[in-house]
Ligand binder design. Structure first.
Ligand SMILES: Nc1ncnc2c1ncn2[C@@H]1O[C@H](COP(=O)(O)OP(=O)(O)OP(=O)(O)O)[C@@H](O)[C@H]1O
Length: 319
């Protein structure tokens, strides 16, 4: 089992005003991209050759108008007997955050990790995304495979959408995506092609109506929470990730926005991505969008399998 070194993915927070800060942040983003190790959304070029069979899984976009094809390399993640324990400072007490958890996430399917608060949803998501690494106090064991092979130091392209969205508040939605595309898509050298690519993304993520609105922040009102979440997803999609991880993507959103975000995730799964999210108490209108469910309680697995009616049948066996 390869759980790698001690690196924990870091995010850079941008805030405040001023061109100087923007330039500094852009420079920081470029440096991060150049020097970061394998991490979500900042991975180096995908080194996997896509053969003819894999073309069958190409993302459909919104009509194939993109100047570069949206190709999703299919990745199945399988995990077996994942155990994660944490030793308190004294070293006397050990807490089990995950206990022998197994499951599978497949391309074309939306998997929801569900469970009460503190049940280990985020911990499992982070383990699967390679965001938690073993340390002397944090022990990890089990098997983690991508397409049948143990996870290597150079996994497939993963995207990780965090609970907190990090943007330049004074940029518009379109400018945010253009900047992300400029930083990540060096192969598109023509501005017109990049604009077309951005327009495509705006359309795909349902952001056309707010494309020219400022993102905003806590001080200056901008786009809504749901739009921010879909903008985060759009930024992550630029790297054409095989797997999309989303940590509590509906937290803080009203029922309508939560449903739209989950619908976007469901459509991304249909485009061929493997989509895994953690979610706390989803409404029924959100629950029906899941293809698969992993249900945890106190770090232990209660159910892993298809969503909708199957869990009911499974639990009714136990009365
Ligand atoms: N690095 C860590 N060190 C110590 N304890 C941790 C660590 N990470 C998580 N925990 C603990 O593990 C348990 C599970 O945390 P986790 O965040 O995975 O739960 P969750 O199901 O996502 O909860 P919520 O829905 O409230 O976000 C919690 O009791 C938490 O305090």
């Amino acid at each position: 089992m390869v759980f790698g070194s001690n690196r924990v993915g870091q995010m850079v927070g941008f805030g405040g005003n001023g061109v100087g800060q923007i330039l500094a942040a852009v420079a920081a983003a470029l440096l991060l991209r150049l020097f970061s190790g394998p991490g979500p959304a900042l991975l180096p070029e995908n080194e996997v050759e896509v053969d003819d069979d894999e073309d069958d899984h190409a993302g459909k976009g919104d009509g194939g108008e993109s100047p570069i094809p949206v190709t999703v390399f299919p990745v199945t993640i399988r995990w077996c007997d994942i155990t994660c324990s944490f030793s308190e400072k004294s070293g006397k007490t050990v807490r089990f955050l995950l206990k022998n958890v197994s499951g599978e996430a497949k391309p074309g399917r939306l998997l929801a990790i569900m469970g009460p608060s503190g049940s280990g949803k985020t911990t499992l998501l982070n383990v699967l995304a390679g965001q938690i690494m073993a340390s002397p106090r944090l022990l990890l064991s089990g098997l983690l495979e991508d397409n049948g092979k143990p996870r290597s130091n150079k996994p497939f392209k993963f995207a990780y959408v965090r609970q907190e969205d990090l943007f330049f508040s004074q940029l518009t939605v379109r400018e945010t995506l253009s900047l992300a595309a400029e930083l990540q898509l060096s192969e598109i050298s023509f501005v017109e092609d990049r604009d077309e690519y951005v327009n495509n993304l705006l359309f795909r993520l349902g952001l056309v109506s707010c494309a020219d609105s400022n993102v905003g922040d806590a001080k200056v009102r901008g786009i809504s929470g749901g739009e921010k979440k879909r903008l985060s997803l759009a930024c992550e999609l630029i790297a054409s990730p095989s797997v999309i991880f989303a940590d509590e993507p509906t937290t803080g959103l009203d029922a309508f926005q939560a449903e739209r975000v989950m619908e976007t995730l469901r459509q991304l799964a249909q485009d061929g991505h493997t989509v895994i999210c953690s979610i706390h108490q989803p409404r029924s209108s959100v629950y029906v969008k899941f293809d698969d469910v992993v249900l945890l309680t106190e770090g232990a697995l209660v159910y892993a399998g298809p969503a909708r009616e199957e869990p009911l049948a499974y639990f009714s066996k136990f009365g």
